[in-house]
Design a protein around this ligand. Sequence first.
Ligand SMILES: Cc1ncc(COP(=O)(O)O)c(C=O)c1O
Length: 387
Amino acid sequence: MSENKNRPETTLVEGGRRKEWRRKLVNVPVERTSTVQFDSVADMTGNRPGLGVYRYGLQGTATHWALAEALTELEPGAAGTALYSSGLAGITTALLAVLKPGDELLAPDHIYGPTRKFCETFLKRYGVATRYYDPLVGGGIAGLIGESTRAIMLESPGSLTMEVQDVPAICAVARERGIPTLIDNTWATPLFFPAIAAGVDITILAATKYVGGHADVMLGAVSATEQYFNRIQTLGWDLGHAVSPDDAWLGSRGLRTMAIRLKQHEASALTIAQWLKERPEVGLVLHPALPDCPGHDHWKRDFTGSTGLFSFELKGADTAARAAFVDALKLFGIGYSWGGYESLVLVADPVRTVSKPPATSLVRLHIGLEHPDDLIADLTQAFLKLP
Ligand SMILES: Cc1ncc(COP(=O)(O)O)c(C=O)c1O
């Protein structure tokens, strides 16, 4: 477990930059290899894989260890961090590490679409049933836990509808029953919500987003407590998951500036969300730091900041009108993903099983690092294109 006493901004700079890995360089270099050549049979067979132990390309090199160690140091209570080739690979591996045929998973109804798809396809075939719950259920999760419930997934806020969950309440119930909790913490990152400290066992980042920060890499990271870390890391290796050292290096490269980028994403997104609230074309603005967002009180209590992703309701707009608005935007690229330096937009149609989304006809924005006044000017001209 990390003994890190530094503030997160300092950890972002110092984390993982061990002298023996970077030597006289500022950054740990890209170490590219499949094969490690050992000095002797004893050297080959004497070590268990892990940070600092060269074994085979699959288990990584100093380039990977530097990123993993920095992420572990950022997450108080984490025993380690395993890297994956995408955020989704991290989510699916972590779920598989705690579930077996016959088990039930509880998952929030606002869950990231591809995670829901994995539950509905692979997990179902594998014999794991998923029961969806209202993301705002809080301590009421106790009433949903059944005989075969073996894991509770959380995502806070939900990446389309932004409801903020009562993570400590859900985790307290889960701990009492001995059920592991997993969270997709991509929106807040450990800088704004240290999830393990809030009671979560396994926390997952799509490092593709704010860790990478430049829309040029796919990467996932799973940090976990002592009880769960080894089995997650080992399952990743057993499944043959490997991360390119170039991609791990890009992850570290992005991580060094994450605090300063997040501060700007936060300030610009708040400016734009507040401006949108005043527009006659806009209904609900679903931004966790604004009171209209379901679960806002949990955000206020548990988070130390907000980031660049939020949604809003385009009042009374049908599918064609919403598309006309989005198509008219010039500075916002239309695209999946978020967390890069550039602003993005997409239309969002949440899928629900047991609860209602807070609003429909949603547009999701990721506010990048452009000047917010230019983004407001772009949104203004697009509102004028509404039929
Ligand atoms: C909330 C959330 N979790 C996980 C992912 C998956 O990350 P990746 O694209 O790296 O697989 C995404 C991607 O959009 C996401 O928005």
